[in-house]
Design a protein around this ligand. Structure first.
Ligand code: AMP
Length: 220
């Protein structure tokens, strides 16, 4: 099963993709996580991507398409993949479709998670991540026992620079202009499964699993 998770920043794509990945044993591929690791390692790609990411802009298509192609050609993707945060532009979607064709693969479904903007801003400003293991918390919805430390590994919790309010507005603008057109793009291909991203994490996960099961019957 080959899935794409689509949605604005803060919709819960990463959380839901990770849960589904743990449940199904299919790898979650987050271009955002791969880029953040490259920034931490100060690789040439990370250095190039950093200024875009810090300002809330999208990283150029050719950079992320290269990342996605390299990751999708690894062996663990043979049984399927969950793309989280890629594609984010129509050009990326076209490149993805060409690369999948070369690999003899197709998309099973595109899970589009919708949340209104007010709620997104509130969610993002309370988000904190562990420096060490990457676990994500929310100061209101999923608070850690100690707001400075990770419950799982004791690592320090931090707020991503691009989760700060001004940067968040830019990320939402980018989403509206460049990523939202993908909803129509994939709907036109009959692949779109729309899920409301409001409600408990568990309930949303149940709806996603149902939608995926339905799509697997339609596109086996
Ligand atoms: P994310 O963790 O998915 O919210 O991504 C964080 C940041 O990484 C985004 O705001 C972009 O700057 C960059 N990024 C991640 N995925 C992509 C993509 N598919 N296309 C362009 N930029 C991306």
């Amino acid at each position: 099963m080959n899935l794409i998770f689509l949605g604005p920043p803060g919709a819960g794509k990463g959380t839901q993709a990770k849960l589904l990945s743990n449940f199904s044993g299919i790898p979650q591929i987050s271009t955002g996580d791969i880029l953040r690791a490259a920034v931490r390692d100060e690789s040439p790609m990370g250095v190039r991507a950093k200024s875009y990411m810090d300002s809330g802009a999208l990283v150029p298509d050719e950079v992320v398409v290269g990342i996605a192609e390299e990751r999708l050609s690894q062996g663990d993707c043979d049984k399927g993949f969950i793309l989280d945060g890629f594609p984010r532009t129509v050009a990326q979607a076209e490149s993805l479709s060409e690369m999948l064709e070369r690999m003899g693969k197709t998309i099973t479904a595109v899970i589009s998670i919708a949340v209104d903007e007010e709620e997104l801003l509130e969610r993002i400003s309370g988000r904190r991540a562990c420096e060490k293991c990457g676990k994500v918390y929310h100061l209101v919805y999923e608070p850690p026992k100690d707001i400075t430390k990770c419950d799982l590994c004791g690592g320090i919790l931090y707020q991503r620079d691009d989760d700060k309010k001004e940067t968040m507005r830019k990320r939402l603008d980018e989403y509206r202009q460049k990523t939202a057109p993908l909803i129509e793009y994939y709907s036109g291909k009959g692949l779109l499964e729309e899920i409301s991203g409001t409600g408990s994490i568990e309930k949303i996960q149940v709806q996603i699993r149902r939608a995926v099961e339905g799509a697997r019957c339609d596109n086996p």
